[in-house]
Design a protein. Sequence first.
Length: 247
Amino acid sequence: MIELSAITKTYAKSAVKAVDSLSLTIKNGEIFGFLGPNGAGKTTTIKVVTGVLKADCGAVRIDGVDLAAAPLDAKRRIGYVSDNPELFARLKAAEYLNFVADVYGVGSVERQERIARYTALFGIKDVLSASIGSFSHGMKQKLLISASLVHDPDNWLLDEPMVGLDPKSAFSLKEIMRERAAAGKTVFFSTHVMEVAEKLCDRLAIINKGAIVFNGTLAELRTSQGVDDSLEKLFLELVDDSEEATA
Ligand SMILES: Nc1ncnc2c1ncn2[C@@H]1O[C@H](COP(=O)(O)OP(=O)(O)OP(=O)(O)O)[C@@H](O)[C@H]1O
Ligand SMILES: [Mg+2]
């Protein structure tokens, strides 16, 4: 479970709040989609939850563990796929996966099993002895996704994970997301692909200009807007409405 309470984040030298008093709870067993236009604050929020960025104020709890009070304990419970798969170019892919497994203290049998499974699913098992610098963008993305699962985290955060994935890998990713949620784990991901969010998510939140403008199920979104539209249309209407309200 991931809990954000009144998170605010302002970047240095910026007058505006990238995230403004944002509260959100992602429950166990849930695939939670995080939607919003470019610059809305999705990446900033995810980086605050993973501890990459420090919030100005507010609290993050991972499975009830306070990130500020017990950062290592909280971060151990997280797997993170950033929006930028730029990794150590000189490392071989296998070295990187083993490095991540070492950091999390994953035993040799478990790591071998997980590395074999995920790299096979994503079709990179045969290139693990190559250096990461020789990988395409999509291959790096698949390596990053595999690495984020090496310690089998209960909370999986992914920032636009579908970008650059071929159809087979995107399918595998969605299957893994479903499998983890079905096992009671938490999946929290941002995306601009409305069709994916519509089909995959149990619940979703829409963020605009650092604030949540909707949080609930697709059915609740339809009820709140009073129309039976696609998520794409509902999203565009809602973001337009919130633009007008703040204009
Ligand atoms: N390193 C930074 N320094 C200053 N401002 C930043 C920085 N990173 C992001 N911002 C600002 O914070 C706001 C939120 O950006 P963020 O990257 O969180 O948006 P996003 O929702 O992830 O957008 P996208 O869909 O384009 O990935 C934007 O106004 C952006 O300009
Ligand atoms: Mg982003």
